[in-house]
Design a protein around this ligand. Structure first.
Ligand SMILES: *[C@@H]1O[C@H](CO)[C@@H](O)[C@H](O)[C@H]1NC(C)=O
Ligand SMILES: *[C@@H]1O[C@H](CO)[C@@H](O)[C@H](O)[C@H]1NC(C)=O
Length: 237
């Protein structure tokens, strides 16, 4: 796998809450300073060819598709009010962290809402320096009417998920070089779609480690009482 990776966030954001005891906090993206350390894509979707235009920073703020809301939470969203003629592009936002993070990192992603429904594809994912050769970790990715979140790793040929790993998710493709990547479906309810919204959000932790790549999900009710505790502690239990 790659030695450094960038965080890429698609529609709707997110606060990061790195309350840990065994990791040092390198960066906390939250509140009024959330947007300080991100680049906005500023192009149409020339990678996955979606019918969207990912606005640059100035346009995203002018169009109210990126802002800090009254609860001091960062929001990025798709334009869900304009009529967009067939074959034209709908405005939305894609942001990429200016910092990259190496092996030994733990990312905590704390969200209150993700868009869902037909034609939306929210994601929080990481990539190596050269995409796709240097790999990709998809931490949050739901498309259209998928009922639960899906995790995936994308690599060049030669990487696969081993048999018999201890996990609560359900493995699909295990060869990470296939177009889908190697895939694990989240088993927890409320990890995507209307269930995630109704629950009021949730928290993911993704550990990028020499021992492997590990991802945990908690629905918001399961972390409300322990947000002040260490999420690293919660991962032990
Ligand atoms: C997509 O557009 C961005 C911004 O203009 C550019 O930097 C990048 O090279 C383009 N990628 C492809 C695959 O065309
Ligand atoms: C558009 O999104 C906002 C949330 O940003 C939501 O409150 C509103 O109901 C949505 N409008 C439509 C037409 O879906």
């Amino acid at each position: 796998m790659v030695s450094t990776t960038l965080l890429c966030f698609l529609p709707y954001l997110f606060l990061l809450f790195p309350y840990t005891t065994s990791y040092d906090i390198i960066r906390d993206y939250s509140g009024s300073t959330f947007f300080d350390h991100w680049d906005f894509y500023g192009s149409w979707d020339n990678l996955t060819l979606g019918d969207v235009w990912w606005l640059d920073r100035a346009s995203a703020f002018q169009n109210n598709l990126a802002y800090i809301n009254e609860h001091n939470r960062a929001v990025i969203k798709v334009d869900n009010v304009s009529d967009v003629p067939f074959n034209e592009k709908r405005n939305t936002v894609r942001i990429t962290s200016q910092d990259s993070y190496g092996v030994g990192s733990l990312w905590i992603i704390d969200l209150t809402h993700l868009p869902y429904g037909c034609s939306v594809w929210p994601a929080v994912w990481t990539k190596g320096p050269t995409w796709p050769d240097d790999g990709e970790i998809d931490i949050i990715e739901g498309v259209n009417l998928m009922g639960a979140n899906q995790y995936a790793l994308h690599t060049l040929p030669g990487c696969s998920q081993p048999q018999g790993v201890v996990q609560t998710g359900v493995s699909g493709e295990t060869d990470c070089s296939q177009p889908s990547g190697c895939v694990v479906s989240e088993a927890s309810p409320n990890s995507f779609n209307a269930g995630f919204a109704a629950a009021g959000g949730g928290v993911w932790a993704a550990q990028f480690d020499v021992a492997g790549i590990f991802i945990w999900f908690w629905s918001v009710r399961d972390v409300l009482n322990c947000r002040k505790r260490s999420i690293a502690d919660a991962m032990q239990s």
